[in-house]
Design a binder for this molecule. Structure first.
Ligand SMILES: Cc1cc2nc3c(=O)[nH]c(=O)nc-3n(C[C@H](O)[C@H](O)[C@H](O)COP(=O)(O)OP(=O)(O)OC[C@H]3O[C@@H](n4cnc5c(N)ncnc54)[C@H](O)[C@@H]3O)c2cc1C
Ligand SMILES: *[C@@H]1O[C@H](CO)[C@@H](O)[C@H](O)[C@H]1NC(C)=O
Ligand SMILES: *[C@@H]1O[C@H](CO)[C@@H](O)[C@H](O)[C@H]1NC(C)=O
Length: 601
C-alpha cells in the first residue's frame, strides 16, 4: 500500500466513525423537497423532478397544470378534465422516486411536458387503508406511502410478504413499475404478484362524463395488464394486496469469498425465503444474506435500517462527493479501491444497518417482518435537523449516481457472472467504483403472469456508480460499466427495471416481453386516445430505440446511446468508441492517453 493510499484510508475511516457516532445519537434529517413544484399556485405551470433532481436527459419536465385530488371522485374529475380538454396526462406520487422520465406527460415540450399536459399528483390521495383480517387482504388508496401501509398492516397482526427495500414510495407507484424485494418462495418477491385487485380511473365517452372507474379483480381479463401498468392505462385509485399472518425473520450476513458465487446463487435463493447476495467484485467478496421466516413468538425486536437509507450528515455527504470527484479527476483508481475497502469494512462492522435493538450486537438479528423488509429512516424523523438528509438529496449536491438494473432468467445468470469475473480479472481495480456504492446487489423474483412482469424465475442485479455533475464529463473506467451493461442487456437478453436504468437499456425491451402485445391491446381498450402516453413511454413499449435514446454528440457518456462513432464518446478528452474486452460485440467509450493506445488494461 502506498503512503498516499494509507492517508486516504485513514481519512475515510475517521469519517465513517463520525458517521456511525452521529447515527447512534440522532436520526434527524431535513425533509425532502416536493418533487412537483408549481409557480403562482399552478397558474404559472409546474416542474416535475425525480428524487435525484435530475432526469436521464438532464432536461426539466414542465407541465401546464397539476392537480391534487383527495378522493376517488376527484380523481375521476381530474381525468375527465384532461380528456375533455385533450390534455396529455400522467400520475405522479409525492415521492417521484422513479429514475426514467416515466411520469412526465407529453404536450409539446422537448424533454417531455409542455403546454398541453397536466399532472395528477397522488400526494393528497393517501388516507384509505382498509384491512380485511379474516380475508387476509388490505385495500389501500394509491397515494399511501409504503411505510404507512406496512405499519397499519403490522398493527393488525398481519404482514405484507414482499416490498422494495426502500420505503419512500407510494403503493400506486411501486406496483406500476414492478418493484420488488427478493424471494422465489410463495407469491414471490415482486409486489404486483401480491395484488389481487386494482381500481383504475380511465377516460370515458362524453355520455359517460369523460371518465369512469373500473374495478379489476383477479379473474378479470384486464388483470394481468392492470397490476403492472407503467401508469399507461389510467390512474390507479385503489389496490388490494394479499397479506399473511404476522411473522418475524431471522437475518445473518456471511461476508465471504466470491469464488463460488455462480455455483451457489441458485441454491441460496431456494434455501432462503428472503435471501439476497451483495457482490463486491473488486474485493473478491460476496455477502450472503441468510434470511428466513421464524414464528412471531421468537425472541427479538430487531430491525434492518439499511445503512444507505439512513440520514447522513450533509457535511460528510459533501466531503465524500468531493473526494470521489477528485479521485475521478486525477484518474486515481487505487484511491477508489481504498475508499471501497473502508466502506465495506464499516458495513461489515455494523452489519450494514441491521440492529438487534438500538445497535447491532451480533447475529442472527430477529425482528418483525415490518421492520426487516423495507427501510428509509432518512425520510422520517421526529424533529428535522438542517444538517442531515438522504444522501442523494439534490439540494445538498452530494451523491450523484446512475443505477443500472438487469433482470435475467435464472438459467442465464451463472454465465453472466463468469463473464463479469473475466472482465474483473483483467484488472480488479477497474471495478472499485461500484464497490464504493453497494457492489452488485443480487435479488430474486419469481415467475409472474403479469404481462410486463418476469415470465420465468429471475435474478435481478442492481449496480450504482458515479455520475458526473455535467453531461460532457466522462467517468473513470466507464468502459467497464458500459461493457457489463451491454453483456447483460445484449448478450444475455436481460430486461431493465422499469423504474431504473439509463435510457439505452430500454432500447430492446419490445422483443423481450412476449406478452407486450396483450398489454398494448389492454391499453387500446382503456385509453384509446393515448391520453396517458408520452413519447418516451410509448416509444419504449413500441421498441423504437430512437424515441428513448437519441444518438448525438457525447450520447454514450450518459448512457443515452450505445456508441458507434467516436463522437458519441469524448474524443477531445481521450475517450473513443472501442470494442469490449471480454464481450467483443460491446461498443464502449474507453480512455486512452494517446490515440495509439487502444486499451488501458
Ligand atoms: C433509493 C431508492 C431505492 C429503491 N429501491 C428499490 C427496491 O429495493 N426495489 C425496487 O424494485 N425498486 C426500488 N426502487 C425503485 C422504486 O421502487 C420505483 O421507482 C417506484 O416506482 C417508485 O414509486 P413512486 O411512488 O415514487 O412512483 P413515481 O415515481 O411517482 O411513479 C412511478 C410510475 O408509476 C406511475 N404512477 C404512480 N402512481 C400512480 C397511480 N396512482 N396510478 C397510475 N400510475 C401511477 C407514474 O406515472 C410512473 O410511471 C428504489 C428507488 C430509489 C430512489
Ligand atoms: C388546472 O386543472 C384544474 C382541473 O384539475 C382546473 O380546474 C384548472 O382551471 C386548471 N388551471 C389552469 C391554469 O389551467
Ligand atoms: C459462508 O459462505 C461460504 C460460501 O458459501 C461457506 O463456505 C461458509 O460455510 C459460510 N459460513 C457460514 C458461517 O455460514
Amino acid at each position: 500500500m502506498t503512503k498516499k493510499m494509507r492517508t486516504v484510508k485513514v481519512q475515510f475511516t475517521w469519517w465513517w466513525l463520525q458517521i456511525l457516532a452521529v447515527q447512534l445519537t440522532l436520526i434527524h434529517a431535513i425533509p425532502p423537497a416536493a418533487p412537483l413544484q408549481c409557480q403562482d399556485g399552478g397558474a404559472g405551470g409546474c416542474t416535475l423532478f425525480n428524487s435525484y433532481g435530475v432526469w436521464n436527459d438532464r432536461r426539466d419536465c414542465r407541465v401546464l397544470n397539476a392537480t391534487y385530488p383527495k378522493t376517488e371522485q376527484e380523481l375521476v374529475s381530474a381525468v375527465a378534465y384532461a380528456n375533455k380538454n385533450k390534455l396529455k396526462v400522467k400520475v405522479v406520487s409525492k415521492f417521484s422516486h422513479t429514475i426514467p422520465k416515466l411520469a412526465c406527460p407529453d404536450g409539446g415540450g422537448g424533454g417531455g411536458g409542455g403546454r398541453n399536459s397536466m399532472l395528477i399528483s397522488t400526494s393528497e390521495y393517501g388516507s384509505g387503508i382498509e384491512i380485511d383480517e379474516a380475508g387476509l387482504a388490505v385495500t389501500v388508496d394509491a397515494g399511501v406511502g409504503l411505510r404507512q401501509l406496512i405499519d397499519a398492516v403490522e398493527a393488525a397482526g398481519l404482514s405484507l410478504a414482499a416490498s422494495p427495500y426502500w420505503e419512500g414510495v407510494s403503493v400506486g407507484g411501486l406496483i406500476s413499475t414492478g418493484s420488488h424485494g427478493s424471494s422465489w418462495w410463495g407469491r414471490g418477491g415482486a409486489v404486483h404478484d401480491h395484488v389481487t385487485g386494482v381500481s383504475l380511473v380511465v377516460p370515458a365517452k362524453p355520455s359517460e362524463g369523460y371518465a369512469k372507474v373500473v374495478r379489476i379483480g383477479e379473474k378479470d381479463p384486464l388483470f394481468n395488464a392492470a397490476r403492472l401498468s407503467l401508469g399507461m392505462l389510467g390512474v390507479i385509485s385503489k389496490v388490494t394486496l394479499s397479506l399473511e399472518r404476522g411473522f418475524k425473520r431471522s437475518i445473518t450476513f456471511n461476508f465471504s469469498d466470491d469464488s463460488q458465487l455462480e455455483e451457489i446463487f441458485m441454491s441460496h435463493a431456494k434455501e432462503n425465503e428472503f435471501g439476497d447476495i451483495t457482490w463486491y467484485p473488486s474485493r473478491h467478496t460476496a455477502v450472503y444474506r441468510y434470511d428466513n421466516r421464524v414464528p412471531l413468538e421468537s425472541a427479538g425486536d430487531g430491525s434492518f435500517d439499511f445503512l444507505g437509507f439512513q440520514a447522513n450528515s450533509i457535511l460528510i455527504s459533501k466531503s465524500t462527493r468531493a473526494i470521489e470527484k477528485s479521485l475521478e479527476n486525477s484518474r486515481n483508481a487505487k484511491g477508489k479501491c481504498a475508499m471501497a475497502s473502508t466502506f465495506i469494512g464499516a458495513k461489515k462492522l455494523i452489519a450494514n444497518g441491521l440492529k438487534n435493538g438500538l445497535i447491532f450486537t451480533g447475529y442472527p438479528v430477529v425482528g418483525r417482518q415490518g421492520k426487516m423488509q423495507s427501510s428509509g429512516s432518512c425520510l422520517y424523523s421526529p424533529s428535522y435537523r438542517i444538517d442531515e438528509s438522504c444522501a442523494w438529496d439534490p439540494r445538498i449536491k452530494g451523491l450523484s449516481f446512475y443505477e443500472s438494473t438487469a433482470i435475467f432468467p435464472a438459467t442465464k445468470f451463472a454465465d453472466f457472472i463468469r463473464d463479469v469475473k473475466k472482465l474483473r480479472d483483467l484488472n480488479p481495480d477497474n471495478f472499485c467504483g461500484v464497490d464504493i456504492y453497494n457492489g452488485f446487489l443480487i435479488r430474486f423474483i419469481k415467475a409472474s403472469q403479469a404481462y410486463l412482469g418476469q415470465s420465468a424465475d429471475s435474478v435481478v442485479v442492481d449496480f450504482n456508480y458515479y455520475r458526473a455533475d455535467d453531461a460532457a464529463t466522462p467517468r473513470l473506467n466507464q468502459d467497464v460499466w458500459e461493457e457489463v451493461e451491454q453483456m447483460a442487456f445484449g448478450k444475455y437478453g436481460a430486461r431493465p427495471h422499469w423504474a431504473k436504468n439509463r435510457d439505452a437499456a430500454f432500447g430492446g425491451v419490445k422483443g423481450k416481453y412476449s406478452n407486450l402485445g396483450k398489454f398494448v391491446e389492454a391499453k387500446r381498450q382503456l385509453d384509446p386516445a393515448n391520453l396517458f402516453s408520452s413519447g418516451w413511454s410509448e416509444g419504449m413499449i413500441a421498441g423504437e430505440a430512437a424515441a428513448v435514446a437519441a444518438k448525438g454528440e457525447g450520447c454514450a457518456l450518459e448512457g443515452r446511446c450505445v456508441c458507434s462513432d467516436d463522437s458519441h464518446c469524448s474524443p477531445a478528452k481521450g475517450y473513443l468508441c472501442k470494442e469490449g474486452l471480454v464481450y467483443q460485440e460491446a461498443r464502449v467509450c474507453r480512455y486512452s492517453s494517446s490515440s495509439s493506445f487502444t486499451s488501458t488494461v
